[in-house]
Design a protein around this ligand. Structure first.
Ligand code: M1P
Length: 256
């Protein structure tokens, strides 16, 4: 039985969304067209987002006129669901540093910073390692890059495979750490314990009795950070190339 909190929804279905590239262009604001479709959708089904970013960044992108994103969706999953909310209330969070331990974290972060220092790339900004609750995020150019700088880096990296090589080196060097290295965005990659990918969010919803759990994402290919949840047998996966694709599929699927 689906929770009585959702008794006003005619369809006992849950629809989950990745954020960057699915609900918004990468690290940009949600459009009025998407906001309207999401509002209409929420009258019919239960909705949620599952972003790789932390809640602060997701809020910057999805909040409309100062609204609170953890209330705009029924479920809010930041950092792959390692920070989770239902109907605006926290469901729990996970700690990366507790899992890894300070003693093992230090050699990892030292190696990463040395590696970045030796990288010969056109520009470097700041915050090369962002320490989050459930993961760390590593960016060779730095998280302070502007939108134009991140677009340029993405193109540069596509030609040279800098992040892919970086990740390969880390996977080999820290093989005994049981970590996943996941390239989910334009300028960085996420590092978290194995199993703490976006399927982590499903732990919070799989026993809620939904008839179907849909997931929309853009990085659904192997190695992308939507791959695991997209291909999980508990979800019906939809692969999109742009937020406009998401709108088109939602309108058709749920007669909006
Ligand atoms: O949501 C996808 C990714 O978005 C950001 O990536 P980038 O800054 O590289 O575009 C990051 O917040 C990353 O953690 C996240 O997975």
């Amino acid at each position: 039985m689906v929770s009585s909190e959702f008794s006003d929804r005619p369809m006992k279905k849950l629809v989950l969304f990745d954020v960057d590239g699915t609900l918004t262009p990468a690290r940009q604001m949600v459009s009025p067209a998407m906001t309207k479709v999401l509002k209409d959708l929420r009258k019919k089904v239960v909705t949620g987002f599952v972003g790789g970013s932390d809640l602060v960044k997701i809020s910057e992108q999805l909040s409309v006129d100062g609204s609170n994103v953890i209330e705009d969706f029924d479920y809010a999953f930041a950092e792959n669901g390692l920070a989770a909310y239902k109907m605006g209330k926290p469901l729990g969070s996970q700690s990366f540093i507790k899992f890894v331990g300070e003693e093992r974290y230090k050699p990892l972060v030292n190696f990463i910073l040395h590696y970045i220092a030796d990288m010969d790339i056109p520009i470097k900004r700041r915050t090369f390692v962002e320490f989050r609750n459930g993961m760390i995020n590593v960016s060779p150019i730095g998280r302070n890059a502007t939108i134009a700088e991140r677009n340029e880096f993405e193109v540069y990296d596509k030609k040279r495979g800098l992040r892919a090589e970086f990740v390969k080196v880390l996977r080999e060097k820290f093989a005994d750490y049981d970590l996943t290295f996941s390239i989910g965005g334009q300028i960085s990659f996420d590092v978290f314990p194995r199993g703490w990918d976006k399927t982590y969010a499903l732990r919070h919803v799989e026993h809620e009795g939904f008839e179907e759990i849909h997931f929309f994402g853009d990085k659904t290919y192997q190695g992308g950070n939507d791959y695991e949840i997209f291909s999980d047998p508990r979800t019906i996966g939809h692969s999109v190339n742009h937020p406009d694709d998401t709108i088109r599929i939602l309108k058709k699927l749920f007669q909006l």
